[in-house]
Design a protein around this ligand. Structure first.
Ligand code: SF4
Length: 228
């Protein structure tokens, strides 16, 4: 297991303002963003932890990863021909919990939220690059528990059990409802793949701002039949 806790923090007001996706900004918003960047940049510590695990005991809709049983047909199909995978958890870090924004300052709260999202994005892309370089991987894909019906969020428990005390390692806590604190955290399994996989390809939800690939009903049918 390896913890990555020296992830570079690159925050600049131009990028934060862009990520706000506001039609118009004004000097007050620009000032708030600049103030927040000055407060958060010195204390922000995005982090990630990953483990190298091997896949075994594949069945119709379950498999073992690092000796832990996971139940998901889609995950099993994606890892059918893969031996080595990389379970991970990445987070914006708890350090920004110390930054207090009065509840009536809605725009400023939103800006802080965006900054946390950007830190999470940095942690995740740093981890992806790190895995790709250090393990000689080509293209990688990933799956997250809770992103599809086929891999319910309750399986966060199994995923977290791979790492032991995640709160001690990177400050991420799993609630009894399987949500992560800080909220700007993400967990899943990276795996090498020749054909890029996105869970969104199997998800028919309309109007999702997080969609990364179009819904593919033909592919979804194949997965339902147990093949790809
Ligand atoms: S379309 Fe949206 S809800 Fe569906 S898997 Fe993608 S991000 Fe998740």
């Amino acid at each position: 297991m390896e913890v990555l806790n020296s992830i570079p923090v690159r925050l600049n007001s131009k990028e934060v303002l862009k990520q706000l996706h506001m039609r118009k900004t004004n000097t007050d918003i620009e000032k708030s963003v600049q103030e927040l960047i000055e407060i958060t940049r010195p204390i922000a510590k995005p982090k990630a932890v990953y483990e190298v695990c091997y896949v075994s005991n594949r069945n119709w809709d379950s498999l073992d990863i690092g000796g832990i049983r996971f139940t998901s047909r889609v995950l099993r199909i994606n890892l059918d021909k893969i031996e080595r995978v990389f379970p991970y958890i990445a987070t914006c870090g708890r350090e920004l919990d110390e930054v207090a924004v009065p509840s009536h300052e809605l725009v400023k709260s939103y800006c802080l939220d965006i900054i946390k999202e950007m830190l999470l994005y940095s942690a995740r892309s740093y981890l992806e690059d790190y895995l790709t370089r250090n393990y000689g991987l080509g293209q990688i894909s990933e799956m997250e528990p809770g992103s599809l019906e086929s891999w319910p969020i309750t399986q966060q428990k199994e995923l977290f059990s791979i790492f032991g005390n995640v709160e001690d390692l990177i400050g991420v806590k799993l609630t009894e409802h399987f949500l992560m604190i800080p909220v700007k955290s993400v967990s899943g399994i990276y795996f090498p793949t020749e054909i890029k996989f996105e869970s969104c390809q199997l998800c028919s939800r309309e109007r999702c701002s997080g969609r990364k690939a179009p819904y593919d009903p033909g592919l979804a049918e194949k997965y339902r039949e147990g093949r790809r």
